[in-house]
Design a protein around this ligand. Structure first.
Ligand SMILES: [Zn+2]
Length: 313
């Protein structure tokens, strides 16, 4: 595991920090409650006004101080229907958030002592927290790079033979990245229509977009109302950088993902490639926060739950 030892102290969150901050299930429940209902105050649906709520002993509920109606902070979260202890969930999130290149379900099993089935489920639920549909890139900054990449298909086994059933099964991926900024990557076809749709969805109007010469990017300057500027680098003529025109940032990301898939996950099916991309993007987009990614994951728990009312559990 590539553990970076150079994380500045203020960006370090050690396993001791974790254990002292979250010594038991109650501390974890309290954290989620505070994120969703700071101070325990939220509208009581019986009283129909904001009320303070107190913890109900032995349950994952808090009760209205006036009428006793219960609220459930875990409702609608990834923890809602679990029989695994909240603290193990938190620990798995800590583990997934504190290594540079991610850990596998197998490692979660080893570290937490749950069954593999359970570890696998936690792993995928936690990874769901890492999707960033709401990101919008570009605008007035230094421009974005768009590029395509191909995964799978060319993998060989140890003896150098192509793996059976894997031949020519390339999965295409498109990505857009801000220079020195954030990335969005999607499993999708590489065509004019698909590429234009991705860029329109995630890149703000008036942005300068750098791509290679692939025809899939031909329509970008004409997308109605978007006002994109478009500069291309001619890779087929073996030109890789011409002043500010290059796609080196996003190609760096592709090789990061490919190295990670080779090293940690050994192989990846097309079906799961999107969630791998989400995990890598989430980490990449927070690469300056040391191993404090755990804190971002915790925030995502309540952000993704807040659409569901907590009192209807
Ligand atoms: Zn009430």
């Amino acid at each position: 595991m590539n553990r970076r030892q150079t994380i500045p102290k203020e960006l370090r969150y050690t396993v001791e920090n974790f254990h002292s901050r979250f010594p038991d299930n109650d501390a974890c429940l309290e954290q989620i409650k505070e994120q969703r209902f700071p101070g325990g105050v939220t509208v009581c649906h019986k009283c129909e006004r904001p009320r303070k709520h107190y913890r109900v002993r032995g349950r994952t509920a808090y009760a209205c101080e006036t009428c006793g109606n219960h609220i459930f902070p875990l409702a609608g979260t990834i923890f809602e229907k679990t029989s695994t202890s909240l603290r193990l969930w938190f620990y798995a999130m800590y583990l997934m958030g504190s290594t540079r290149c991610g850990i596998s379900a197998k490692q979660i099993q080893r570290e937490t002592g749950v069954t593999y089935k359970c570890a696998w489920r936690m792993f995928h639920q936690i990874r769901k927290l890492m999707s960033e549909e709401e990101l919008r890139l570009g605008g007035s900054g230094g421009g974005v790079e768009a590029d395509e990449a191909y995964f799978g298909g060319r993998r060989k086994n140890d003896s150098g033979r192509m793996l059976a059933g894997n031949k020519n099964k390339l999965t295409t991926v498109m990505g857009v990245v801000e220079r020195k900024g954030r990335i969005v990557a999607r499993v999708q076809p590489v065509s004019i229509a698909a590429t234009s749709a991705l860029v329109k969805e995630y890149v703000m109007p008036e942005t300068m977009i750098f791509t290679d010469e692939a025809p899939a990017y031909n329509a970008l300057p004409q997308l109605e109302g978007m006002g994109y500027q478009h500069k291309r680098i001619n890779h087929s003529a073996k030109v890789y950088v011409a002043g500010e025109v290059h796609t080196n940032t996003i190609e760096g990301f592709w090789s990061l993902v490919k190295r990670g898939i080779g090293g940690v996950y050994h192989s990846v099916s097309a079906k799961y490639l999107q969630s791998y991309l989400n995990e890598y993007s989430f980490r990449y987009n927070r690469r300056d926060s040391g191993n404090l990614i755990f804190a971002s994951l915790l925030e995502r728990v309540s952000e993704m739950a807040s659409r569901k009312p907590a009192s209807e559990a």
